[in-house]
Design a binder for this molecule. Sequence first.
Ligand SMILES: Cc1cc2nc3c(=O)[nH]c(=O)nc-3n(C[C@H](O)[C@H](O)[C@H](O)COP(=O)(O)OP(=O)(O)OC[C@H]3O[C@@H](n4cnc5c(N)ncnc54)[C@H](O)[C@@H]3O)c2cc1C
Length: 301
Amino acid sequence: MPAATVRTLAPGAEALLGREVPVLDLGFVQAIDYMGTDEDIVQAARVSYGPSTRKVHDDRGLLRYLMRHRHTTPFEMCEVKFRCKMPIFVARQWIRHRTANVNEMSLRYSEAPDEFYVPKLEAVTLQSTTNKQGRDAETALPAEQQASVVALMRARNDQAYADYQRLAGELGIARELARTVLPVSLYTQWIWKIDLHNLMHFLDLRLDPHAQIEIRVFAEAMAEFVKAWVPLAWEAFVDYRREAVPLSRLEARAVGHLLAGMDEARVASACAEAGLKGRELQEFQTKLIRLRALSGPGSDE
Ligand SMILES: Cc1cc2nc3c(=O)[nH]c(=O)nc-3n(C[C@H](O)[C@H](O)[C@H](O)COP(=O)(O)OP(=O)(O)OC[C@H]3O[C@@H](n4cnc5c(N)ncnc54)[C@H](O)[C@@H]3O)c2cc1C
């Protein structure tokens, strides 16, 4: 029988906790613990705003207000801990997110597993000629070429692992040195703990199509947990971060020019169609005033 707890539980998170979600060929993401719920984010904000705020906002409205206005610290009140297994080249990108707490498997202590990432055939593509950091998803490679690339990768991994075993096993060389012959396709594991604010920052960057697909799929697995754990925070994150379209100064000016000739009735009906209302509508109207002002005289270079 589970021990009684006085903690607030998130039913969506409880349902997924401990489940290993497979990612890539041999990796996974497993949420192993969490702290806080949507309600805790709202409670933390009410400490700042005072009890009278309760009359003004419902929980969802307040949470959305916080996200919209980048009042971020209440989101830091929630934390989550994942156990993850990923290739080392993915871990190198992932570890750049400095706001997490990490404990990684050590190849000084433990023997390296014979586990290497090999892409699926369809993931084998050419280097993009337009994006130096990306793949050419348009040009289809012949299946034989994809198969020969995968075969070369497997052969390299096998040879590297055989060399490693010879060094660390047969020759008794220190594991910390023997590992240096292993490629970055080798799988590693870690425990990764992060607060919700920084996790959303991570997800924003790593769910993006600019992120390498091999880290994006880990972000997608984590996003599924977040959606279930804090559904209101997730909804606000999607509305105000993931699907928001920030404008540069010049882009804002161009939109200002477009708006300049538009009559009020047309703008009002577009707002209604989009579902904008209440405080969010007022905020949008303020933005429209700013955008229109950008199209006026004196705003040119
Ligand atoms: C598509 C993509 C391509 C990339 N390409 C490259 C690349 O080619 N080369 C490369 O080196 N990196 C690359 N990166 C990594 C990138 O530069 C960041 O290091 C990474 O995304 C982590 O972002 P962050 O620092 O905002 O996150 P976190 O480390 O989680 O930090 C979150 C925020 O906390 C603050 N912060 C944390 N630590 C410090 C600190 N020490 N000092 C000041 N502020 C701090 C910053 O405001 C930061 O935005 C790439 C990332 C992406 C998503």
